[in-house]
Ligand binder design. Sequence first.
Ligand code: DQA
Length: 145
Amino acid sequence: MGKSVIIINGPNLNLLGTREPEIYGRTTLADIEALARDHGRRLGVDVSFVQSNLEGELVDAIQKARGVHDGIILNAAAYTHTSVALMDALKATGVPAVEVHLSNIFSREPFRHHSYISPVAIGVICGFGAKGYVLALDALVATFD
Ligand code: DQA
């Protein structure tokens, strides 16, 4: 059976392309999905893609990953810095996760320096824009045996 990865995106990432392009670039979420699916094909991994602005829907997506996907790539966006619920969902499901941010959260406002996701993630990729999702796929797939 081939491996499967789900890429989960949080609030406001549906606006990528027009949202603060000086920070997040001009690549749209649809472009990122196409990049990730192409890269998944190269790696021989099935890639699913979801986005929600709602914290509970993100919790549901993480819970549903158990037994279906072999790994999660999560850009929880602003919920990264606030959501115990997302951290608990990742812990509860136990599906290995890589945390992604387009921007380098550590070179930005201090409130972005803390992540509830990092302690329960395998690792973090931030600051490389849309390419970060491709790097995260490589990093995640490298952990599969
Ligand atoms: C983000 C960084 C977060 O601090 C911010 O709230 C986002 C996007 C990123 O991808 O750089 O919405 O996760």
